[in-house]
Each structure stands twice: as structure tokens, then as C-alpha cells.
Design a protein around this ligand. Structure first.
Ligand SMILES: [Zn+2]
Length: 330
């Protein structure tokens, strides 16, 4: 159906979801960010709501499909935080539960897409439990999560779990080439590597000018090492960059140095842009101190993902100060 994206790596998942003799009333689609869970959920929702679905897809022409395409289907409910990064609050869940107790307006199913499921507060999750268990005839919940380990076990146990993995590298590269034909293959490859293999994230990164941001960060790290910039300067300059991504880059660089110290293999140094720097510092940096910093970075990353109130400027300044202390030749 037009407007609902079919991602080629979803085909086996689609067959698993649509090929069942009966439909469960709650699914948890889980997998790495950028694996396309939302696209899969939307395709599945359109198909569940369609009054004459084919094996592969919603028909695209029935009244339900027309409403779906116009983003005004009265029996499709989307529950997500008011702003990205905020929690799904109990008030939102109560409103949803009240709404789905009404009869389906199109006379068929009701579908709820809840994303990301892990940002429900404990109270919200508890308010949802009863509906998840006994949702009423024809109601199907699609919960989406990048971080299923943050979900209450009582929520998970009420859902059919469907893993949504990233595509194989060849398929990812092929899909991205179709979306970004104007880029060179090397640039697309770098975007894919930065996106951890997710072509959807790589596409977003391209739209957000991430390659440019990355080169600014790499340049900043070089300036830091040459004492041309201080941790405070850089933290201020990087204030608009996503902090989780910065932490992931520094964690990746720490790992690359640790690996290279063991193997002396250039392939362990990661992306080309930081290879000379990492190779240089791997000659003298202390592995135990670097491991400590690596753990500190991962801990802060989890805190950010759990939306702990951390001040980004202080976090970055501390990270850069520790990085500098570590790589300073004594
Ligand atoms: Zn239809």
C-alpha cells in the first residue's frame, strides 16, 4: 500500500507476523534502533485494519485503508511521549485504555502502536497491564522497544516477542545506495559504519549532516591533543551534538586503542578518520586507565538512555578532561 514502507530485510519477519493462523493480541517488536520496527508495525497495523487484506499487504483501496493513508484512522491509536526523550505518563495510558474500550468505529479491529515501550513509567506500565492481558475482541497492541531489558517482565510476558534485527551488510548498502545515490560509496559506507549497520539511521545521519559533525569532532580531538583547545572550549562547541552519540564515539575509540594494543592490527583501529590519532596514543596510553574511562563512558551512556538528568556541558567537559589526562605523555 502506498505510504507504508516495505523494507526488504523485513520480508521474513513479515511472513512470520502475517502468516499466523491467528493473531495474538499483543506483540513486542524489539531490536536495535534503526532496524525499522516502526515501519514494520505500521505495515502490520494497516494490514490488520484492512477489510480485505492480501497475503502481503493491506488492499490500499477499502475505506479502512483510505483512512489509514490519510493518517486519520479512528481505530488506530499511537501512544508515544509528548516529546522525544520524555516518559509515557499514566494519564496518557488511562486515556488510551478508556478510548479502546469503545467499539471499533470501522467495525473491525483496533490497533495500538506504543513506542518506545521502555519509556513507560512503572505506574504507566501497571495501568496498561490489564488491557494487555484482556484487551477485548479485535484489539491488537504493538509495543516497540530498542531497550527491551528496561521493560517490566510483566509487560514482556504478556506479549508475543518478535525480534527485528538489522539487515545483512550487503542488503543495507544496497538499500542506502537507492536512497542516497548522490553520495559516493565511501561516504555511504562511513554513514553505515557510524550507524552501527542500520541503513535507516544512516539515512537520518545523512539528513542531519552527520559526516560534517563527525569531522568537526575528530578535528576537535586533534586540537585537544595539541593543546589548541581545552575540554571546556570543545564542550561548548559540541553543545548541539547528540551526547549519546559522542559517548559512543569515545567508547568506540577507547575500545579500538585497547584492541590495537593487543593485536597491532590496523583493521582494529576503526574508521579511517581517527586511525592515525588512535595509533599514536596506543603507543603509550595505560590499558587499565583506558578501561576505567571506557566503563565510565558506558555508565554515563546508560544514564542518558535512561534519561537521568545529566548536564551535557559538564558531562562532555569531564569526558574530555579524562581523555586528555589519559593521553598526556608523562
Ligand atoms: Zn484495505
Amino acid at each position: 500500500m502506498p505510504g507504508v514502507e516495505h523494507l526488504p530485510w523485513h520480508q521474513p519477519l513479515w511472513e512470520a507476523l502475517s502468516g499466523r493462523a491467528w493473531q495474538a493480541h499483543a506483540y513486542l517488536l524489539h531490536g536495535p534502533a534503526g532496524s525499522g520496527k516502526r515501519e514494520l508495525a505500521e505495515r502490520f497495523a494497516a494490514w490488520l485494519l484492512c477489510s480485505q487484506p492480501g497475503p502481503q499487504d493491506a488492499c490500499g483501496s477499502c475505506a479502512s485503508c483510505k483512512l489509514y493513508r490519510a493518517a486519520s484512522h479512528p481505530d488506530l491509536f499511537i501512544l508515544q511521549p509528548e516529546e522525544p526523550g520524555k516518559a509515557i505518563l499514566i494519564g496518557h495510558v488511562r486515556e488510551l485504555v478508556a478510548a479502546i474500550q469503545q467499539t471499533a468505529q470501522q467495525g473491525g479491529r483496533k490497533v495500538i502502536i506504543l513506542e518506545p515501550a521502555e519509556v513507560m513509567t512503572i505506574e504507566s506500565a501497571n495501568a496498561l497491564l490489564k488491557s494487555l492481558e484482556e484487551p477485548g475482541a479485535g484489539t491488537v497492541f504493538l509495543l516497540l522497544s530498542d531497550q527491551p531489558s528496561f521493560l517490566l517482565p510483566t509487560i514482556k510476558s504478556r506479549c508475543v516477542l518478535q525480534a527485528c534485527p538489522l539487515p545483512p551488510a550487503g542488503l543495507a548498502a544496497q538499500w542506502l545506495a537507492g536512497k542516497l545515490p548522490e553520495l559516493e560509496a565511501g561516504q555511504r559506507d562511513m554513514l553505515l559504519q557510524l550507524a552501527g549497520g542500520s541503513p535507516l539511521r544512516a539515512l537520518e545521519y545523512a539528513q542531519d549532516q552527520l559526516l560534517q559533525q563527525r569531522s568537526e569532532v575528530v578535528e576537535g580531538v586533534k586540537q585537544l591533543l595539541k593543546r589548541q583547545s581545552s575540554p571546556g572550549d570543545l564542550a561548548a562547541r559540541w553543545a548541539k551534538l547528540p551526547p549519546v552519540l559522542l559517548l559512543e564515539w569515545f567508547a568506540g575509540w577507547s575500545q579500538a586503542v585497547l584492541r590495537y594494543q593487543l593485536t597491532q592490527d590496523d583493521a582494529d583501529l576503526g574508521l579511517a578518520d581517527m586511525q592515525p590519532v588512535l595509533k599514536y596514543i596506543s603507543g603509550f596510553v595505560q590499558a587499565d586507565a583506558l578501561l576505567q574511562l571506557h566503563d565510565w563512558i558506558l555508565e554515563r551512556r546508560v544514564k542518558l538512555l535512561r534519561r537521568a538528568p545529566l548536564r551535557q556541558d559538564l558531562l562532555l567537559e569531564s569526558l574530555l578532561g579524562q581523555w586528555l589526562a589519559l593521553v598526556q605523555r608523562t
